[in-house]
Design a protein around this ligand. Sequence first.
Ligand SMILES: N[C@@H](CCC(=O)N[C@@H](CS)C(=O)NCC(=O)O)C(=O)O
Length: 257
Amino acid sequence: MASTSDPPKPIRVWITPPGPNPWKTIFLLEELNLNYEIKSFRFDDVKKVPFIKINPNGRVPAIEDPNTNLTLWESGAINQYLIEQYDTENRLSYDTLIEKNLCNQYLHFQMSGQGPYFGQCGWFQHLHPEKIQSAIDRYANEIKRVLSVLETVLSAKFTDEQWLVGNKMTYADMAFVPWNFRLSEVLLQSWDEVFDGTPRVRAWHEKMVELPSWKRAMEHRARLMDGQGLQWNGVPKGIENFTEYEEKIQKGEIKYD
Ligand SMILES: N[C@@H](CCC(=O)N[C@@H](CS)C(=O)NCC(=O)O)C(=O)O
């Protein structure tokens, strides 16, 4: 029988390496210094067994925590669980009513406002078999709007340390990193351009990608992408650039659902 002094067993995290969402959970696991193991598989298998038995919605990440017998999917729910269960000293969270609910608010904003819109922009920019400029524009404009909302929030802070809630980094700040990290590819713009007009968002983002926890997460990504024959930007090895990749998708030589 397990005793309370037994070391925690590794939390299993199911991921496909290319997309940003799994890295939101890995980033938090790294920052919390938790024992975890990555179960990496190919994106083509996300809607197949065995993963579909873990998450009937067929989307990553999902976790299985043998310490509590909990299986969970949806990155926001997973990260909130990790915080409640393992951030007992509130290093990356708060236990005060206002701050706790503001963190929750920003996590919901990330899940409903950042993730899906950035994701749709990436889809119509690169993976959709037809080029529909009005769809790309709609989502690119929404990205700019979301960034400007974040800029407004960070501008309201009069401290040197600009975080979404209070004066420390929380899991809510961290949740925005993986999609912002992909902005240059999603918008097909240089790093100088993507944060044009939102300097506080740029500084906030740059502070977090310098963290050793994010760097470790990205080292895992590089290794796992390489192992699956993918380049860092998600394009399969042997394909020169996004233009060639998109041509193959348009000709039906590569298909995504
Ligand atoms: N709301 C979900 C979204 C997860 C999601 O869309 N993950 C992508 C990879 S980054 C995925 O699994 N896509 C599979 C598909 O689109 O079929 C979450 O935050 O966990």
